[in-house]
Design a protein around this ligand. Structure first.
Ligand code: HEC
Length: 444
C-alpha cells in the first residue's frame, strides 16, 4: 500500500478517512521471532466468530422462538430451504470446534507466558470471550426445543437453584417462571442473538486493540534478525489464511456428511430421558457428584467461581518478566493440573454412561448409530427419549439381548418371532447389520 498504488478511489477515500495510515500500520506489525504456524489460533477464532454471525443470521431468518413452532421451523429450514441443512450443520460444528480452538489458544498463551506485562488486558478480555462462548452454548442448546436441548437446559438451569439465598429467584428469572416454557425460549433467544453477540463484539474489539497496542509477544527465545523480517504481512497473514481455509473445509465437510438436525420435540412429561449437558459442560456436571446434599452449592457455585477467579488472576499471580516455561515451572505445573482435572472430570462423566462411552470410543458404534438413523429405525423405536413409540423402547436393549440375537432380529425379525410386525432389513449388508447390532448392544 504505497501511495503509487492509490487510484482515484484511494485518493478520494484518503482525503476523508485515514485509510492509508491505518493499512500501513496495521500490516506492518512486527512479530518477535517472526511469523509461525503456532500463531494461527487467534485468527481462526476471529474467522469462526464471523462464521457464527453469518450462519446465525441465516438461521434467525427462519427460526420461530415458540415451544410449539421452534422445532418445526428448524425442520422446515433443514428440509425445505436450499442449503438449510448445511447452514445448520456449519453453525453446529463451528460452535463446537470454536470451544476447542479457544482452549488451544488459551493453553498456548499460558505456555508462552504471553499474558505478562503489558498484555494483562489481552488475557482478561480473552477469558471473558471464553466465558461468552460458553454462554452461547448454554443459551443455544434449548432453542430447537427438542428433547436433548430441553432436558440439558432443564438440568442446567436447575443448577442455579443451588445458589444460597437467591437460588430459587435466579432460576425463575432465567427460566421466566418455575418451569421451562415459552418465556424460557424468548429469554434464551434474546440473550443468544442480542446480548451475547453485542458483548462478544465489544470484548473481541477490546482484545484485538489491546493486543495490537502491546504488540504480539512472540517466542520466549532470542530471535535472529532474519526471522524478525517475517512480520505480520504477508507472512503471518498467509499462514493464518491457509489454516482458516483448511478448518472451514473440515467444518463444511462435517456439516455435509455428519450432521442430523434435532428431530424429536421436547416432551416435558417423558421420564425415560437421561438428561445430559453438552460435552463442554460435562466437567461441571461431574463435579456436582462430589458435593452431595447441603454441600451441593460448593460444587455448582464455589468451585466453578474459583476456576474463573484463578483464570482471571493468572497475569497477577505470575508477574516476573521471565517467559521461558522451564523457568516458570510452578505456574506451568499449576496450569497443567487444572487443565488435566477438567479433562479427567469430562472423561469420568462420559465413562459413567456406558452408551456414551461406547459411542465416544468405538467407531463401529458410531457407524451403527448413523445407520440406525438412516434406516428410519427411530420412526418406530425410542432411545433415551428420542424416537417413535410404535415399537419397543430400545434405550437399554443391550442389557436384555446379546449381539447375535440382535443381528438376527434386525436382519429378519420373522426368524425369531413369527408374528413380528417389524419390517426385515433386506437391503443392508452383513457389515451394516453388525454395526447396527453393535450400536444396539452398547445401549445399556
Ligand atoms: C414399522 C416400525 C418399525 C421399524 C421401522 C423398525 N422396527 Fe424394530 N420393532 C418394531 C416392533 C413393532 C417390534 C416388536 C416386535 C415385532 O413386532 O417385531 C420391534 C422389535 C425390535 C427389536 C427387538 C426388541 C426386543 O426387545 O425384542 C429390535 C432389536 C428392533 N426392533 C430393532 C430395530 C432396528 C435396528 C430397526 C431399523 C433398522 C427397526 N427396529 C425398525 C417396529 C419397527
Amino acid at each position: 500500500m504505497t501511495p503509487e498504488h492509490d487510484g482515484h478511489l484511494g485518493a478520494w477515500l484518503n482525503a476523508r478517512l485515514p485509510v492509508r495510515q491505518f493499512l500501513v500500520s496495521f500490516l506492518a506489525e512486527r512479530i518477535p521471532g517472526g511469523a509461525r504456524w503456532a500463531y494461527v489460533f487467534g485468527s481462526i477464532c476471529l474467522a469462526l466468530l464471523a462464521v457464527q454471525f453469518v450462519t446465525g443470521a441465516a438461521i434467525a431468518l427462519f427460526y420461530v422462538p415458540a415451544p410449539n413452532a421452534a422445532l418445526a421451523s428448524i425442520s422446515y429450514l433443514s428440509s425445505q430451504v436450499a442449503f438449510g441443512r448445511l447452514v445448520l450443520g456449519i453453525h453446529h460444528w463451528s460452535a463446537n470446534i470454536f470451544v476447542g480452538v479457544i482452549l488451544v489458544h488459551v493453553a498456548q498463551t499460558f505456555l508462552y507466558g504471553a499474558y505478562k506485562r503489558p498484555r494483562e488486558l489481552v488475557w482478561l478480555s480473552g477469558v471473558m470471550l471464553l466465558l461468552l462462548i460458553q454462554g452461547f452454548h448454554f443459551t443455544g442448546f434449548v432453542l430447537p426445543w427438542d428433547q436433548k436441548g430441553y432436558w440439558a437446559t432443564e438440568v442446567g438451569t436447575s443448577i442455579m437453584q443451588t445458589a444460597p439465598l437467591v437460588g430459587d429467584l435466579l432460576m425463575r428469572v432465567v427460566r421466566g417462571g418455575a418451569d421451562l416454557g415459552a418465556l424460557t425460549l424468548s429469554h434464551f433467544y434474546a440473550v443468544h442473538v442480542l446480548v451475547l453477540p453485542a458483548a462478544v463484539v465489544l470484548f473481541a474489539g477490546f482484545h484485538l486493540v489491546s493486543m495490537r497496542w502491546a504488540g504480539p509477544a512472540g517466542t520466549w527465545r532470542k530471535s535472529s534478525a532474519a526471522a524478525e523480517e517475517k512480520g505480520f504481512f504477508p507472512h503471518q497473514v498467509f499462514k493464518d489464511a491457509v489454516a482458516v481455509m483448511l478448518l472451514l473445509l473440515l467444518i463444511v465437510g462435517l456439516a455435509a456428511f455428519d450432521y442430523a438436525p434435532p428431530a424429536y420435540v421436547a416432551d416435558p412429561t417423558d421420564t425415560s430421558v437421561v438428561p445430559r449437558p453438552e460435552w463442554n459442560f460435562l466437567f461441571l456436571f461431574q463435579l456436582q457428584h462430589y458435593f452431595p446434599g447441603s454441600l451441593e452449592w460448593v460444587g455448582t457455585m464455589v468451585v466453578p467461581g474459583m476456576l474463573v477467579g484463578i483464570l482471571l488472576a493468572v497475569p497477577f499471580l505470575d508477574r516476573g518478566s521471565e517467559r521461558h516455561p522451564r523457568r516458570r515451572l510452578g505456574m506451568i505445573i499449576g496450569g497443567a493440573a487444572i487443565g488435566l482435572t477438567v479433562a479427567a472430570l469430562t472423561v469420568l462423566a462420559v465413562a459413567s454412561d456406558p452408551a456414551a462411552w461406547a459411542y465416544a470410543t468405538r467407531p463401529v458404534v458410531r457407524t451403527g448409530a448413523r445407520l440406525y438413523a438412516d434406516n428410519a429405525c427411530a420412526s418406530c423405536h425410542r432411545v433415551r427419549g428420542e424416537g417413535g413409540l410404535s415399537g419397543p423402547d430400545l434405550s437399554f436393549i443391550g442389557q436384555k439381548r446379546d449381539l447375535d440375537w440382535l443381528r438376527t432380529y434386525v436382519r429378519d425379525p420373522d426368524s425369531l418371532n413369527p408374528s413380528a410386525v417389524m419390517p426385515p432389513q433386506k437391503g443392508l449388508s452383513d457389515r451394516e447389520i453388525r454395526a447396527i447390532a453393535t450400536y444396539l448392544h452398547s445401549l445399556r
